[in-house]
Design a protein. Structure first.
Length: 183
């Protein structure tokens, strides 16, 4: 019967496998699942930092409305301390955004023959799981620390928040060293 090859599972499997390998991809390999998981986890961690940045920006806006009123004849210049505090909040939001960008631009293990020759991809991705767990935990702690907090509360905890950002950056550096370091 004409068109029998369109129903022959063995022939179709062989054609599909050859195409997948020709395209350099086989979605049934564990490495591909781990790579996709790694990308999803980094996306979620970046999302948590995006929420933290939005919370700090909202707190900064509210702080400016409350502590930096429009100038009047009696007080034409704003309080210098209030301006400095508002700028600290603004810098914190920018720093959180910068770390969010670092997470989004983290390298993923290459899927090429030269890399596979010198490094086993699955064990490398398995090492990244620990860093990803730490990264997501750190991002969630930062998000909780600033979520719903007002400007004064954030300013009081500024040193802890900056230490948290430094810890996240350290985790990212360690994660990157697994990928870029010796096999």
């Amino acid at each position: 019967m004409p068109g029998d090859s369109f129903y022959d599972a063995g022939v179709l499997r062989q054609i599909a496998t050859n195409l997948f390998y020709g395209w350099g991809y086989n979605f049934y390999r564990k490495e591909n699942q781990l790579r996709a998981d790694d990308q999803m986890v980094r996306s979620k961690a970046a999302s948590l930092l995006g929420e933290a940045m939005a919370a700090v920006s909202a707190a900064e806006s509210e702080y400016r409305r409350e502590y930096l009123p429009p100038p009047t004849r009696a007080k034409p210049f704003p309080d210098a301390e209030a301006v400095a505090s508002a700028q600290k909040l603004e810098r914190l939001a920018k720093n959180i955004g910068a770390v969010e960008a670092l997470i989004q631009h983290q390298p993923a293990p290459e899927n090429d023959r030269m890399t596979q020759r010198y490094r086993h991809e699955a064990p490398t991705l398995a090492k990244l799981i620990g860093f990803d767990e730490r990264l997501v935990g750190q991002c969630e702690l930062l998000r909780k620390a600033v979520g719903g907090a007002d400007g004064l509360t954030i300013l009081k905890g500024m040193s802890d928040l900056e230490a948290g950002l430094d810890a996240i950056k350290e985790t990212l550096r360690n994660r990157e060293s697994v990928l870029l370091g010796p096999a």
